[in-house]
Design a protein around this ligand. Sequence first.
Ligand code: AMP
Ligand code: MG
Length: 519
Amino acid sequence: MKLLHFDNRFVTTLPGDPLEDLRPRQVLGACWSPVRPTPVAAPRLLAYAPEVAALLGWDADDVAAPEFTQVFAGNALLPGMQPYAACYGGHQFGQWAGQLGDGRAIALGEVLAADGRRWELQLKGAGPTPYARNADGRAVLRSSLREFVCSEAMHHLGVPTTRALSLVATGEAVVRDMFYDGNARPEPGAVVCRVAPSFIRFGNFEIFAARRDLENLTKLVDFTIARDFPELEGEPDVRRAAWFTTVCERTALMVAHWMRVGFVHGVMNSDNMSILGLTIDYGPYGWLEPVDFSWTPNTTDAQGRRYCFGNQPQIAQWNLACLAHALLPLFSDSAPLEQGLEAYATSYNEANRQMTGAKLGLGRLADADLPMVQELFTLMQQTELDMTIWFRALADLDLAAPSLDPMAAAFYNAEARVAHGPALEAWLQGYAARLRASDVSPEQRHTLMLQTNPRFVPRNYLCQLAIDQAEQGDLRPLQRLMEVLRQPYTEQPEHADLAAPRPAWARERAGCAMLSCSS
Ligand code: AMP
Ligand code: MG
């Protein structure tokens, strides 16, 4: 295995916890605690992402070395690794939850790649840390596989995200109560290695603000800017203001992409918000199948639906407001923070407008187009149209004779089709007329739409089928899914079944329509 060059700035620059005590406890005055992964009985590499290995400088031979599986199961460390768990807090479902921290995530170190890029490696499910709050620090195969698949799928979809290097089965059972309803059972355990330039979350800052620990809050802010935002310059005040605005803008872009591809994160707590504007912590996430702005895959959130599809843009801003509140003591005046929050709204609206225009093949939307767009989404929701299939097929609309035929597979509900078909056809007429009048050529429109509207997304039921098979020892469905999701905008006719609408059986099945935070 080729050696990696580690430059562990987080642990070498920021204050750490002097104790090496794994018992659950409050960790004060420190950004991290030293923790070693807990070894597992019988690790087996189930899958890896060659693109992520390549970012680190590794090829198939490096991955094939037995040491690779040992390291990414948590049984061994590579020279230069300095494992730790980070201390953070967060607002969960709208309430301040106090200290949370990496309860089952253990960072291994920061790789400095040959091209100068920095990649932090982090195991998820590698055993307890002082932040495990009496839980086991482990993760089950089903949720690890979902995180592994979706991280890479999101990357290939063009959505900012943390990456995933490997999925390793531990050979040990983990006991979980999937729906918190008294039906705990042993499930196979697994460890994912996540990869990102930084895993710092809004909650890393919030915890110091909540504890009135200005010294460490300042250190962490200045560290983050210096390491992760080196392009920002100027006096500290100016730089911090520019930084907050940048975080707001990046978050806006991330959420606009979620809305473009129909992704619902499911648990947008402020501890699950990356300071880099990356999608992070794939838990009970889901993909819109029938368009429904009030839909959430997370049964833990079924009552309030705080994190439903349509709320995501607002919730991201709410989380940014929590971050702003935490940063306030570092600013002599709140105006720059307020400006950042306004920049969020402006950036989100601009990105959403541009992406929606591209989805429709119109380029940037004019004000006059907005009612037409609004009407489309209303009709899609009323008719229960499949988000992915509808937009992809819309590229094939015959502008001279528009009809619903190319989009036939998008309908889930025959009655709704009868009820709303005429309104949809009328909408198509108006849309086709708008396109005929536009200066975008038919070829340009087609290309733009196919680049913006994916043919393949990791629908929950597809992941669930891959999980069912992987639990039985058959990794082929997982490998095929990974392969197809590498090119989500390419037609790949031989894989048409993976672009099909959700089958009826998946509508209510656990893991397909319903997930929980239990993972
Ligand atoms: P999440 O809902 O996954 O974002 O997790 C919220 C908090 O609970 C974080 O501090 C996690 O590290 C912690 N946590 C979740 N599951 C476990 C587990 N199985 N063991 C230890 N900590 C956990
Ligand atoms: Mg989390």
